[in-house]
Design a protein around this ligand. Structure first.
Ligand SMILES: [Zn+2]
Length: 446
């Protein structure tokens, strides 16, 4: 694509710096931040002491850092439950905080997160500047956010970050999908920031209204919240529907906006100026070997009011062994987020990840929406794929999908066509894996 090279970097010199220099910058930020946190943050002080470290000032090397305890979401949740409503991961008095967000609560109780003036207006916005520049956006772009702007941080950071580019941010809050399509056209949006599922859904709504989304003028879409944009078949579908270049992005409430894609589009870069990334064996905590899949574990370097050190993201990733064609020296996660550490299904002894099934389903243009049903047959888990199929011969499409699953994943599963518009659509994190507790199969009676 024709973006001039100075546009695709936010900080060219540092994004392409030798890895040793990156590590040195990280170390400087990390140790300074840790000292500040140690002095006044009760949560981290207690954790560090419980791990047998007398003082963070004793931390002398990356090896020492690797002995720092990993943090899981359940520990944050327990702290907030014991100290409502914000918990004790606070470095400053409450008056210093200016924003509150909470997680979408797809798993258990939502976590709340407070931001300071510095972490919100400066750090979050800067992290998004890397995302936008990587996708080739700049001044003159008009970025539309079809997002509810509720308590979930979601794309709030992206909205805030647009001003660092001199781009125009357009809220899609408080609008239904047809109204959003109208706004995109009326205000001349050039970029769209949403989940991959919602990008597909909005295109579907457009088609239902006789609008070709590719004719709306959106030339770039950026997606986060689900692995979708990293799944080749999902990406191709979004690209062809919107006539746009599709970019993956990754972030979490607990960690920040850490991952972005460059024009080479060979996986997610981790912004190593603002985060320390480790890929670890989820069980042992030991670093995954080259090319091995492990759990992404993250430390942020600019959110000292409510930081995380060695946070277990729960995401499965693979570190690329080769440098990226774009010239960045930042770590690269091949294939983006591959799925969740805990979302693996075992079907008749075969490990099956929902993202692998999605990658197959999305190759079939006739499939509008899908759901993965998990149920028990005897003591064993079984899966059934439900497909909303647009057009003729739904049974033939279902058979072809079943055949593709058999060939690519190595298992035979039931694939059934369901009526159009019978499966849920999602604006935020899609929940397409549904565990049925009753044994009745919708198709076993037919
Ligand atoms: Zn790159």
């Amino acid at each position: 694509m024709g973006a001039p090279t100075d546009v695709v970097f936010f900080d060219r010199e540092r994004e392409t710096a030798p890895v040793e220099r990156l590590r040195a910058w990280q170390w400087e930020r990390l140790t300074a931040g840790l000292r500040e946190v140690w002095a006044s943050n009760p949560f981290w002080r207690a954790r560090v002491e419980a791990a047998g470290l007398r003082d963070v000032r004793d931390l002398a090397s990356w090896d020492d850092f690797a002995a720092f305890p990993r943090l899981g979401k359940t520990e944050l949740a327990a702290d907030q439950a014991a100290h409502p409503p914000f918990g004790t991961n606070l470095t400053y008095p409450l008056e210093r905080y200016i924003r509150v967000f909470q997680t979408s609560g797809t798993t258990g109780q939502p976590l709340r997160w407070l931001e300071t003036e510095e972490s919100w207006t400066s750090w979050w916005a800067r992290c998004w500047a890397f995302v936008y520049r990587g996708a080739g956006l700049g001044p003159g772009d008009r970025i539309f956010f079809p997002f509810s702007f509720g308590l979930f941080v979601g794309f709030w950071g992206g909205f805030e970050g647009a001003r660092t580019l001199g781009a125009l941010a357009i809220s899609g809050g408080g609008q239904d999908s047809p109204t959003r399509l109208h706004r995109i056209r009326e205000l001349g949006a050039t970029a769209l920031v949403c989940t991959p599922s919602y990008g597909l859904h909005l295109a579907e709504v457009a088609a239902g209204q006789g609008i070709d989304p590719a004719g709306l003028g959106v030339r770039t879409t950026i997606h986060a919240g689900e692995p979708g944009a990293g799944i080749p078949a999902v990406r191709r579908r979004l690209e062809s529907l919107w006539g746009a270049r599709v970019y993956d992005h990754a972030g979490m409430t607990e960690v920040g906006a850490y991952g972005f894609e460059c024009a080479a589009q060979t996986g997610l870069h981790v912004n190593e100026l603002e985060f320390v990334a480790e890929v670890l064996d989820p069980e042992t905590g030991r670093p995954a070997g080259p090319g091995e899949v492990g759990e992404l574990t993250l430390t942020n370097l600019g959110r000292w009011g409510s930081p995380v050190f060695r946070y277990r993201s729960g995401d499965r990733v693979r570190l690329a062994a080769t440098p990226c064609a774009c010239g960045r020296t930042f770590a690269r996660l091949e294939g983006g987020i591959l799925g969740r550490v805990d979302d693996m299904l075992v079907i008749r002894g075969v490990n099956v990840f929902p993202s692998a099934l999605e990658g197959i389903v999305r190759r079939f243009d006739a499939v509008d929406e899908f759901q993965i049903e998990v149920f028990q047959r005897g003591a064993m888990d079984e899966v059934r794929l439900l497909l909303e199929i647009d057009g003729h011969a739904p049974d033939t499409v279902a058979e072809r999908v079943a055949e593709a699953v058999r060939r690519d994943v190595g298992i035979r599963i039931e694939v059934a066509a369901v009526p159009a518009r019978s499966l849920p659509r999602y604006e935020l994190k899609a929940r397409r894996v549904v565990r049925r507790t009753d044994e009745t199969s919708p198709s076993s009676t037919s």
